[in-house]
Design a protein around this ligand. Structure first.
Ligand code: T4K
Length: 387
């Protein structure tokens, strides 16, 4: 039998026997979408679980992001990060907004708040930061700048489901936050997403926007879109929520194992815990310094493949390097993001990833490190003998 490929992630599914009665109920009711009972129940359950005021469910995170920009009438220029999944910037483009890229900070790979001010012009209307890998941005500094310049803040929190800072959901920051429930995320509804908002009126407007702008049978209040989550996904999501805490525990266990195994390898950096943050352990990126480690990121990527292990270079290339965006003036001088995107590999991380696979990955990296160290020592010895 062919050995199963180890991919960067493997979706977590709820127990099938618990899902079947919910499917039977949906079959019986013939209510499949458009704000059905599971949709309503799931929104309430999510708000309670996350500790946020209002949740508006969506068909996916990208449509949620596009609708969030519509909801706040964002136009002109928006400051954002080049170090993210393309959807962050595509949502701006689809709204006719000009993305303005600002470099990231090296510690957690989030938008550098110190460089935002220099990028503000009279056309700037908002900031769109991303909590990359689920690690919170400098939310206070970003809000402070937004307040001074009268800008809106929309967080792309696609990776940050369940993350808390000082005990409060990270989704409570900014004017709006969006999350993704895609199959590859810590919490999935197969496809899916949500906007988190602070008040009832905003929720009502978002709910119109995701349903063609329909307010009632004869009233259309905005050029909305169809971005609704269906009943099957909402029921599935309700079950997923029951198991989410155990998912986080399992992810934390793997993260600790990786950190422990990598800490003695020079040339490989990984992200540490942040102070006063409850993490969701969404990704485990490592950053390879070729000079120090002796092999490049791509050497490691290929070496893993020989063991049937498939990491992912999230996020390489940068969004600002893709054809749609590379001619923008702000696509230049993004030195930190450029460097990090060439060093990164996300290692496999999902709740049922066997410990033995983590051990295989760690010993492969350790072997490469030992071999490179020997080569470097021989090179130094030869150089000194030649002198
Ligand atoms: N903002 C940010 C910051 C995001 O990261 C994303 C999505 C969004 C916005 C937009 O949210 P959504 O509209 O997607 O809700 C994946 C996901 O498709 C994407 O949702 C995610 N970010 C991005 C970071 O990763 P790809 O192109 O890497 O997907 P793919 O198909 O190569 O899958 C990744 C790995 O997962 C593969 O090794 C295969 C494995 N996999 C995938 C699926 C779909 C499975 O084992 N089972 C599966 O069902 O983008």
């Amino acid at each position: 039998m062919e050995k199963r490929k180890i991919l960067v992630t493997r979706p977590q599914l709820p127990p099938l026997n618990e899902f079947i009665p919910l499917l039977a109920d949906i079959w019986e009711s013939r209510w499949l979408t458009n704000n059905g009972k599971y949709h309503q129940e799931f929104e309430k359950a999510l708000a309670a679980y996350l500790g946020v005021p209002y949740v508006c469910l969506f068909a996916n995170g990208t449509l949620a992001l596009m609708a969030a920009l519509q909801c706040l009438h964002i136009k002109g220029e928006v400051i954002t990060t080049p170090y993210s999944f393309v959807a962050s910037t595509h949502a701006l483009w689809w709204n006719g907004i000009k993305p303005v890229f600002v470099d990231i900070e090296p510690d957690f790979c989030n938008l550098n708040p110190k460089q935002i001010e220099a990028a503000i012009t009279p056309e700037t209307t908002a900031i769109l930061p991303v909590h990359v890998y689920g690690n919170p941005c400098e939310v206070e500094q970003i809000q402070n700048l937004a307040d001074i310049y009268g800008l809106k803040v929309i967080y792309d929190a696609a990776h940050a489901f369940g993350v808390r800072k000082k005990g409060s959901s990270i989704l409570n920051f900014g004017d709006l936050s969006i999350v993704s429930f895609h199959a590859t995320k810590v919490f999935n509804t197969i496809e899916g997403g949500a906007i988190i908002c602070h008040d009832k009126k905003t929720k009502r407007r978002i709910d119109y926007l995701k349903n063609f702008g329909i307010a009632d049978e004869t009233t259309v209040v905005a050029p909305g879109i169809n971005a609704k989550m269906n009943e099957l996904q909402a029921a599935y999501g309700l079950l997923q929520l029951k198991y989410f805490d155990t998912v986080i525990d399992a992810r934390q266990h793997i993260t600790k194992k990786y950190r422990e195994g990598l800490k003695h390898i020079s040339g490989i950096r990984f992200l540490e815990e942040m102070e006063m943050v409850d993490h969701n352990y969404a990704y485990f990126p490592i950053f390879i310094d070729e000079m120090e480690f002796g092999s490049s990121r791509d050497d490691v990527f290929e070496a893993l493949k020989t063991q049937n292990i498939y990491g992912r270079r999230y996020f390489y290339p940068l969004i600002s390097e893709f054809p749609t965006y590379r001619s923008l003036p702000s696509a230049k001088n993004l030195d930190i993001a450029h460097k990090i995107s060439r060093q990164v590999i996300c290692l496999p991380l999902y709740p049922d990833l066997p410990d033995e696979v983590v051990d295989t990955i760690l010993s492969l990296l350790d072997d490469m490190f030992q071999m490179n160290s020997k080569k470097i020592s021989i090179k130094i010895l030869r150089q000194s003998q030649r002198k």
